[in-house]
Design a protein around this ligand. Sequence first.
Ligand code: SF4
Length: 374
Amino acid sequence: MLGLYIHIPFCTHKCPFCDFAAFQGLAKLEDKYIDVLIKEIDFKVKQNQVVNSIFFGGGTPSLTSIENLAKVFQVLKTKFSFAPDIEISLESTPHSLDLAKTKELINLGFNRLSIGVQTFNDSELIAINRDHTSLQAEQGIEIAHLAGFKNINIDLMYGLPSQTYESFQTSFFKLMNLSKQYPYLTHFSLYGLTLEENSPFYKLHSKNSPLYPSDEISVNMYIFANKIASQFGYDRYELSNFAKPNYQSTHNLNYWQLGEFYGFGISSYQYLNNYRQSNWKSISKYLANYETCETVEYIDPKTKLKELIMLGLRLKEGINLQEFSDKFNYNFAINHAKTIAELEENGYLLKDLNNIALTLKALPVSNLVIEQFF
Ligand code: SF4
């Protein structure tokens, strides 16, 4: 498996909780940025390989002009061979979509669209300072369908300021009901709000602000979503990701299985030949020095094993014991027998002959459970 991640950092608006390399008011740099991005792809890729997934993330890459996206596709097609079942995703905001452009995105080759809805509650959208409304979210979904996207992801959040358990339920049911109306809503990601220290949100609403639902209520929101999603045909295949059958994200699965991927564009990571490296986070540094990177790290076998344990336990199917033994000559069940027995006894782990996985009870405290193995 090989994936490509392409970062396009321009947004109409900088959300205060976001610490991604995403900028408001810099769209004038788009043409220059795309030129450099193409040079970077050309510079980095020396060998033609089959690519299984491409993910245009950001930022809001759906704001990029069709001409510029076409230029990127052109270079990608000269540098890589696209697998016949390749997944090509684009991140978007609801109000960046119109019917004509969305159709053109499909014509270019995109076959999966991800829409950042976050919540269908207007007061919560205001509380997190998004610049779209819940009506625009619905309209964005309708446009994606009318244009012909047959694989659509929705990003939702919980634990938002001013959010209550009841308002989350209403918002979540809204998504579930829309999935009946629009059968190509095949996937959703559900993330708890994290307060990144670099984000303006951290200063606006500190962790102790009474505006936030308590940890207990946030956990209940997550558990509620887990229970209801299955009634609407979604299966949780990773801690934060739910899909209808056969619609798991190829690109994300590759990350969680520690597969290889290239990263192009400001702040993007790549993982190839046991090296993880990240591009410059500063846009001026990236534009001037796309050939160099900000960090490089060798992932030795011990680190790789640790990462695979952490990532594997995030997946619903958990860790495949045979695979660990074949790939690393590592007997996970024997090496962690005591931890496994304790966690199993307390209802946090399920173990059978082939796999070890977290239980529903463990999901809201997954980080603490996974830590027990180290
Ligand atoms: S639209 Fe997305 S990428 Fe842009 S600032 Fe908001 S959260 Fe960040």
